[in-house]
Design a protein around this ligand. Structure first.
Ligand SMILES: *Cc1c(COP(=O)(O)O)cnc(C)c1O
Length: 355
């Protein structure tokens, strides 16, 4: 604390991201990064950005990137907002669309950044419990007075996907609330809500390049929705930072969408590893929630998650453990490359073998 702080700073509880250790040689399965490098086309496009061009500000409208996303996702450029990582896009959505007199609704177990944004922007919220199968039940959101609804699909950290028909039913039941679907993991097996944005003016879909496009370090995310929703995000952005996307990020992001073959190949590899890892963990006595993401959420019948996480860490493997009472027996394990998955299973075999 300091006398120089604005009063709000004292009230904040900042988000704690998964550890980014400096130690070399660690098997890092704690932040859902992609184990494969980005497409070689991304590297080439970023090398083609000359140092001299960095004298000049980037395109404040990110027109070329919006054109690329528009063609791929079949939405108009004015139905797209791009930002410096989807965390930033989410921040703009909280500020511009989700702050109303009624509370915002989101699951009790979900992306832990949502309550952090609520505190920063002074948004009242209610955490709606997942059902006993750890699923989002949209009926729990149907008839509640609210200022908005947000959830990831697939949800994090459970990995469980929600059917598009359920999302559509919710959009119909809550026509006066903005429903934000955070599709950070949708490319690993979820059903996208993008086709619904032309039908429901209250739907905003948010995406990131960080997971399925192997570009967490580039910081690119975007939102798609009715032009009026996008206008709200643009108004906030242009009151805050006119140039969130730098030239390297713009070049790399456009190039990523140019290499569909690579994208499909790496996603298929991760999905195959996920299925294999699920089966191996089940053999070791873990119950594994049905994941459609690039991570799995698993608990062991007889070993405490915190001890397992500590045991893995001693053996240079890091996974994520959450202290929230409802999920503190679970480990969230990102899907690594085949060697990393093998090491994880070998190590967990060791740690769970002294029955
Ligand atoms: C990873 C993640 C994000 C943030 O992605 P960035 O684009 O890297 O900021 C947003 N939402 C969820 C649910 C995530 O897991």
């Amino acid at each position: 604390m300091s006398q120089f702080w604005s009063p709000i700073v004292q009230t904040l509880t900042p988000y704690v991201p998964g550890e980014q250790p400096k130690l070399p040689g660690l098997i890092k399965l704690n932040t859902n990064e992609n184990p494969y490098p980005p497409s070689p086309a991304v590297t080439a496009a970023m090398h083609a950005v000359t140092a001299d061009s960095l004298r000049l500000y980037p395109d404040p409208d990110a027109s070329e990137l919006k054109k690329t996303l528009s063609a791929y996702h079949d939405v108009q450029p004015n139905e797209i907002f791009v930002g410096n990582g989807s965390d930033e896009v989410l921040a703009f959505a909280f500020m511009s669309l989700l702050k109303h007199s009624e509370p915002l609704l989101f699951p009790d177990i979900t992306y832990s950044f949502y309550p952090v944004y609520c505190k920063l922007f002074g948004i009242d919220y209610i955490e709606v419990p997942l059902n006993s199968a750890m699923e989002i039940d949209t009926a729990d959101y149907d008839n509640r007075a609210c200022g908005g609804i947000i959830f990831p699909n697939p949800n994090a950290p459970t990995g469980i996907p929600l059917a598009l028909s359920k999302i559509e039913a919710l959009l119909i039941k809550q026509p006066n609330a903005v429903v934000v679907v955070d599709e950070a993991y949708v490319d690993f097996g979820g059903e996208t809500a993008i086709p619904l944005i032309h039908k429901y003016p209250n739907l905003l879909v948010i995406r990131t390049f960080s997971k399925s496009r192997s570009l967490a370090g580039l910081r690119v995310g975007f939102a798609m929705g009715h032009a009026k929703l996008i206008e709200a995000l643009e108004r906030v952005k242009n009151s805050f930072n006119s140039y969130p996307m730098d030239r390297l990020a713009l070049a790399g992001a456009v190039a990523s969408y140019g290499d569909e073959t690579y994208f499909q190949k790496t996603n298929a590899a991760i999905i195959a590893s996920r299925e294999q890892m699920t089966a191996s963990l089940q053999k070791l006595g873990f119950s594994v929630l049905p994941s459609a993401a690039n991570f799995i959420f698993a608990r062991h019948e007889s070993y405490a998650a915190e001890q397992l996480a500590a045991g893995l860490r001693e053996r240079a493997i890091i996974v994520r453990h959450f202290k929230h009472p409802r999920i503190n027996q679970y480990l969230r394990i990102s899907i690594g490359n085949p060697d990393e998955c093998k090491m994880l299973i070998q190590t967990l075999t060791l740690l769970t073998s002294n029955h």
